[in-house]
Write a protein that binds this ligand. Structure first.
Ligand code: URP
Ligand code: ZN
Ligand code: ZN
Ligand code: ZN
Length: 488
């Protein structure tokens, strides 16, 4: 048996095991086999992992690229490049409906056209629904599942242009349950936030820091529990996106303990950054405005790590929603009369490239295991979103890998924005010290990033669209709150 590529001397880490002493053989972009002493020929490429971990290529299941509400952000070209340089081989980004769009089919085509030929990593799309008309819910969603492999929707409980009423969420759940789609929910109590913002504005408290004040943990916790209640009533699985706080995570864990199909996601910013970052000279704080906001105490960060380690969080995504800080006119600052105005600052942080090194740091520091790392960064997102050829190191699956440095082999460095491959003029993680980083990224058997070699080497159109299947994680249970049944 001839292989195109054989990777030797690695510690193959999966969500459950570490396999040592065995090689990975790759043919035609797929993992052909894992075994001892695989044969090579003169035409076989050989990579020596030198004892470093080999983990599945990262799946970043929450990424905003070229969305109408991220006007000065990355393109597919720069975003996918930065994904690969940070070990992410598959990105799921959003196609977003505007309230006035009466059909989502052209929207999906438009967003797909933006990525086509311009993504160097593999990619898929979620649909953001902001105006769920009966035609969209009953006719277009089934079409998207069947024809486009779009098997997930994101729903917002806040933001005026996106927000859905509880009744609208319930109506959508009837359809997503029937179709086996994953329903992602941005859970924050809109009315609480709106009231706080109005009073802060009236008091002139509009600097970036007040963004955090305007969106308390309680607003996230209330909406999280409400979303869980809606899900329980409808027997419909949901994923709570970008969970930032302990109380929200507790609601998720309680629901999971009751065996409800409730899933959770967190992001790097909630593991490392505190709301004090929203202060600072020259409105530096505007660099760290995201929603939910950064929280107050180191204990908040610890609890997010714990919720990865104890299995509460299913996925770990970047929520890359980048916009430039220093662009002409101060787009990021949302300046009004020369002062930044938190309400106008585009929400979201850059993070595609730093997501996996930041999570891997948790393995090095003993906060999580290498299995936790693999589970939330690749295996679970692949399962939850129906990427059935991704997220694991198993014969038959796509040969997507990260090869890490053996511990102690990489020269430690302090992160600067210049090292990154996105098209954003800052990273909130600049100045942090890293002692490991993806040394190689391999996409379907091709080396697309070699940190010590040629650097980024993918072709601009190397990425393929992945038509997704339905979730492989637990779905509806046919358990109901009383004798009432949701429509089927
Ligand atoms: O602040 C954030 N997270 N912006 C991106 C949009 C979203 O809600 O995920
Ligand atoms: Zn409103
Ligand atoms: Zn969101
Ligand atoms: Zn987001």
């Amino acid at each position: 048996m001839d292989f195109d590529l054989v990777i030797k001397n690695g510690l193959i880490a999966t969500a459950s095991d570490v396999i040592s002493g065995q090689d990975i053989g790759v043919r035609d972009g797929k993992i052909a086999c894992i075994g001892f002493g695989l044969p090579t020929t003169s035409s076989t490429q050989i990579i020596d992992a030198e004892g470093g971990f080999i983990t599945p290529g990262g799946v970043d299941s929450h990424v905003h690229l070229e969305q109408w509400n991220t006007p000065t952000g990355d393109t597919w070209i720069t975003g996918s490049r930065s994904a690969l340089c940070g070990g992410t081989t598959t990105v799921i980004a959003f196609a977003s409906q505007n309230k006035h769009h009466e059909s989502v089919l052209p929207i999906v085509d438009d967003y797909a056209a933006l990525a086509k030929g311009r993504s160097s990593c593999d990619y898929a799309l979620h649909l953001i629904m902001t105006n769920p008309t009966p035609k969209i819910v009953n006719e277009e969603l089934p079409f998207l599942v069947k024809e486009h492999g779009i098997t997930s929707v994101k729903l917002y409980m806040t933001y005026d242009p996106m927000k859905l009423r509880d009744r609208e969420i319930l109506d959508i759940m009837v359809a997503t349950r029937r179709l086996g789609m994953t329903t992602m929910i941005h859970a924050e109590n809109h009315d609480m936030i709106e009231l706080i913002i109005e009073t802060l504005e009236a008091r002139g408290q509009t600097d970036p820091y007040y963004h955090a004040v305007s969106r308390p943990q309680l607003a996230e916790a209330e909406a999280t529990y409400r979303a869980i209640a809606l899900s329980e009533m409808m027997d419909t699985p949901i994923l709570l996106v970008h969970v930032s706080s302990e109380t929200a995570a507790k609601h998720i864990r309680d629901a999971q303990t009751r065996l409800l199909p409730i899933y959770g996601e967190t992001c790097p910013q909630y593991l490392y950054l505190l709301s004090e970052r929203l202060k600072g000279e020259n409105f530096e704080g505007a660099k760290c405005v995201c929603s939910p906001p950064l929280r107050e105490k180191p204990a908040d960060l610890d609890s997010m790590w714990t919720s990865i380690a104890n299995g509460t969080f299913t996925t770990f995504s970047s929520d890359h929603a980048a916009s430039k800080f220093g662009v002409e006119g101060g787009k990021r600052l949302g300046l009004i009369n020369g002062r930044p105005y938190f309400k106008k600052i585009p929400n979201g942080l850059p993070g595609l490239e730093t997501r996996l090194p930041l999570l891997y740091k948790g393995v090095q520091e003993g906060r999580i295991t290498i299995h936790d790392y693999v589970r939330v960064s690749a295996s679970n997102p692949a399962k939850l979103y129906g990427l059935h050829t991704k997220g694991a190191i198993q014969p038959g699956l796509d040969a997507d890998f990260i090869i890490w440095y053996p511990e102690g082999k990489m020269e430690p460095f302090e992160l600067t924005n210049a090292m990154l491959h996105h098209d954003i003029d800052y990273s909130p993680f600049e100045g942090m010290t890293f002692t490991n980083w993806p040394r190689y990224t391999i996409l379907r058997g091709q080396t697309v990033w070699s940190r010590d070699g040629e650097g980024f080497m993918a072709k601009q159109d190397q990425g393929r669209y992945v038509k997704r299947g339905t979730s492989a994680l637990g779905g509806p249970r046919n358990v109901f709150v009383n004798e009432w049944r949701p429509p089927v």
